[in-house]
Design a protein around this ligand. Sequence first.
Ligand code: HEC
Ligand code: HEC
Length: 234
Amino acid sequence: MRIRWIEAPAALIGGVLLMVSAIAEVAALDGKALIEERCAACHDLTGPAPATFEGLLKRKAPDLFYAGSKFKRSWLVGWLRNPTPIRPSGVMFLNHIVVEGGKDRIAADTLKTCQANLDREEAEAAADHLMTLVDASMKTGVIDPAKKFSTPKGRRLFTKQLPCIACHTAKFGKRTMGGISGPDLTKAGKRLNPDWVYARIADPQYWDPMTWMPKIEMSHRKRELLTLLIGSME
Ligand code: HEC
Ligand code: HEC
């Protein structure tokens, strides 16, 4: 009899604890389900990237199947709550060109930004899941973001010796300049994982076979310099 008296409350407490943990599990958002439900209509979550020009023209939004290699989690959490434009000419500039007075112009009213608009809890859950979508063959630990580099040298490489500035808007000190057919890099330091930036410059077509960013042979030191320069733009 005595034993039962002791066991009953223990079982009751155990049961309550079980219920509490079950409720906590239901309350924690499932980032994978959220993304598959609300993001997959526009974003490719599985790959591979389009291998034809037609596929490139039809792409509605950037690929996310290697998001965990590409982005910084802290940026994702903030940006997904309030997406701002990154590509000044859209995901594919040819879809947004109009001719006016014999000149090509980007029709700004046809550009669409991301429709994520998540609340804080959703953004955390979505970011957690996105960070699991990694490219297993990408080398990590290549770039030390704290390494010192020469800004003037990097800038010369980016703007004069190589054609990067033709397609990318970049920030040098207070000055913002550059082309618009590629993503705006002025906040790239907050947004992108430096190891991915290095790998993206090394082989753009590995990530996106039909991309119009050229593959340019260069030394490790030059590629590292470009990566550190881009990482410093915030
Ligand atoms: C209606 C289509 C649409 C939906 C739905 C949508 N997005 Fe987007 N998303 C876009 C477009 C277009 C861009 C490119 C914006 C730009 O570059 O200015 C984008 C950009 C992004 C980026 C930055 C990618 C990069 O490489 O720069 C992330 C991350 C992202 N979306 C996540 C999400 C998540 C998570 C959801 C679901 C909760 C979602 N998006 C829903 C259209 C969409
Ligand atoms: C002919 C145009 C062009 C040139 C030249 C070019 N890029 Fe790109 N770049 C692109 C396009 C297009 C993308 C990817 C578009 C997308 O994700 O929607 C890209 C993507 C990138 C990204 C990833 C940015 C992001 O937000 O996803 C980096 C970093 C980058 N380029 C750096 C460089 C550097 C450094 C150079 C010079 C060596 C260079 N690019 C030259 C067009 C160009």
